[in-house]
Ligand binder design. Sequence first.
Ligand code: GDP
Ligand code: GDP
Length: 435
Amino acid sequence: MSLPTLAIVGRPNVGKSTIFNRILGERVSIVEDTPGVTRDRIYGTAEWLGKEFNVIDTGGIDMGDEPFLTQITQQAEIAIEEADVILFLTSIDNGVTEADERVAQILYRADKPVILAVNKVDNPERRQDVYDFYSLGFGEPYPLSGTHGLGLGDALDAVFAAFPEEGHDEEDDSVKFSFIGRPNVGKSSLVNAILGENRVIVSNIEGTTRDAIDTKFEADDETFTMIDTAGIRKRGKVYENTEKYAVLRALRAIDRSDVVLVVLNAEEGIREQDKKVAGYAHEAGRGIIIVVNKWDTLDKDNHTMGDFEDLIRREFQYLDYAPIIFVSAKTKQRLQNLPQMILQVAENQTRRIQSSVLNDVLMDALAVTPTPTVNGKRLRIYYMTQVAVKPPTFVVFVNDPDLLHFSYQRFLINQLRNAFDFDGTPIHLIARSRK
Ligand code: GDP
Ligand code: GDP
């Protein structure tokens, strides 16, 4: 299911990131326990009146040394590309500026709803000047104060009124996956190779423009949807050298995927950026397969594959659950195994275990490795139940959640993995105290 997306656009200093953080609220504090991930806070999921939506702060996508007007032009273009509705932010401080007009000109050309807001309207005296912003041509401007949190409700109501009707692709139960990875690892080659091997389903339905680059195909009697990560097939590699934009595209593809295929380049080994990309998928709780591409480029002996696997396990310790496959987009080696693998991981992501079976496993685990004693207090585990899928999430009821340390938690998760097929999916385990 894809959520509607709001992008915030405007010249520097009008308060985009302030408003962005306000909209995300507490949700911003995401667990950052994955090595290699420095959270680029330009994208997130927010909630308004019980409904979820995605928000992008285009101000965070900097284009390196490009001149200022080029940068805001590109940010506005990215917003048009990515969003369903655009929040055009200005500030009461300087009135309507040349840069505001530049942004407005780009947004006129867009076939997307634009909500105009004027920030820094911190007190009623400042309200008078809000009407100057009518001249930008986007109707009534919404006054806001990011610092005081004023006006945001009305603006978000307008945003929601402008979001497209939902319910388009609800019936779609195909398995959704995407290839993510740094530039040049071979994502677009893999996309093309797979589409070349399988029967592509051509859709007659005029979808939303945003999803139009998804491709459906059939393999092993199943329907798959390949989500195009970087606009790789359609637009060419426009902003590829903009790392933040590449990250944004990857995050959005991950959001919409059941299974994420993290692509590595056998020829170049593992780089820092590979870890970041993999970290995003892990944090999102999606199914993960590690795809080592360009396997044709190596001179191989009996140890090459095992050595590469060891390297991956060392470098991506938190991805110990992800299966690895060695392929070549060029020679098509092992590509025919991918659909089955994706399917299996998708299935494991939605696996549900009956409580009775689960507690048998728990009792066995407790018998093998008794619970630890922490500061003289013994951890007691009473009961375990599965509360969610995608990823499989379990609650253990204990005497004191603080006593369930990482190592015992890990032990329990491993017991679950031994007992059931959870290959390719993270498992979340939450401790709750039983009153
Ligand atoms: P961005 O460059 O558009 O992302 O702008 P920022 O969110 O970084 O804000 C730029 C400056 O404006 C910061 O110093 C903010 O504290 C300030 N600011 C943001 N919103 C408001 C507001 O509603 N009122 C006032 N007075 N200052 C604000
Ligand atoms: P992307 O940036 O991740 O989409 O990477 P591309 O698909 O554009 O591939 C980058 C380069 O690697 C291109 O020159 C491809 O021809 C080449 N390439 C991709 N896959 C393979 C492969 O399996 N083997 C070899 N030898 N080259 C490959």
